[in-house]
Design a protein around this ligand. Structure first.
Ligand SMILES: Nc1ncnc2c1ncn2[C@@H]1O[C@H](COP(=O)(O)OP(=O)(O)O)[C@@H](O)[C@H]1O
Ligand SMILES: [Mg+2]
Length: 225
């Protein structure tokens, strides 16, 4: 069974009186252990697809399955549980909480799980060390560079040991050097067995990807291998 299976997936948004189609019948499968790049022009529906795969949005028609579970048919509660336990999201704009420490940011997803406090803290510390921020545990994200913030976000995404990492233009706001760092971390995660889907505009960031999925106008065009 593929980790992700998308079949005839459609999404449209209601804008005023109009139904505007954004995804127009997407079919794709992603196996465990893949590192997939998702590319295509701005506005073609990449983020919409990522949000559906991550349980942040729901299909209009068709199916999006994670580990065989049809995300569109889950209750809000079950979908929230999938987001928490199975998905690690990394956003272009980091989406960290500025007022609290990096450690607390990484602990947050675990607090939803009633893990003992000490275990949470140890794990958050380990994850921050793994992304090279062991010396910044008690800083807050506002005192970090963009590349460092994204490393905190990656540590946070890993907190609940997800089966799928969804990274939506994770290097979009970063300088050349930080882009490199983030891509190297992604590569390491993938070598450790993590399945990753990464939206990117930058072909240079796809060097470690096992496959590129091209999207155009709400449809998928897979690159012939
Ligand atoms: N909540 C929404 N309501 C209406 N239109 C939306 C909404 N979200 C996205 N869209 C539209 O869907 C299209 C695809 O958006 P998006 O998935 O963000 O594209 P991409 O990530 O490839 O740039 C765009 O035309 C965008 O304006
Ligand atoms: Mg987008």
């Amino acid at each position: 069974m593929p980790l992700v299976e998308v079949a005839e997936l459609e999404k449209s948004y209601r804008v005023g009186e109009m139904d505007v189609p954004v995804l127009r019948g997407i079919n794709l499968q992603i196996e465990e252990g893949e590192f997939v790049a998702l590319m295509g022009p701005s506005g073609c529906g990449k983020s919409t697809l990522m949000n559906i795969l991550g349980g942040l949005d729901r299909p209009s028609r068709g199916r999006a399955l994670l580990k065989g579970q049809d995300l569109g048919r889950l209750s809000d509660g079950d979908l929230a549980r999938i987001r928490r336990d199975e998905i690690g999201f990394v956003f272009q704009s980091f989406n960290l909480i500025g007022r609290i420490s990096n450690l607390r940011n990484v602990e947050l997803p675990m607090t939803l799980k009633e893990l003992p406090r000490e275990e949470r803290r140890d794990r958050a510390e380990e994850l921050l060390e793994a992304v090279g921020l062991g010396h910044r545990l008690n800083y807050s994200p506002t005192n970090l560079s963009g590349g460092e913030r994204q490393r905190v976000a990656i540590a946070r995404a890993l907190a609940n040991d997800p089966s799928l990492i969804l990274a939506d233009e994770p290097t979009g706001n970063l300088d050349q050097k930080s882009r490199r760092e983030i891509i190297e971390i992604m590569n390491e995660l993938n070598r450790d067995g993590r399945t990753i889907v990464m939206v990117t505009h930058d072909i240079e960031t796809t060097e470690y990807c096992s496959r590129v999925i091209w999207m155009i106008d709400g449809r998928v065009q897979e690159e012939p291998s």
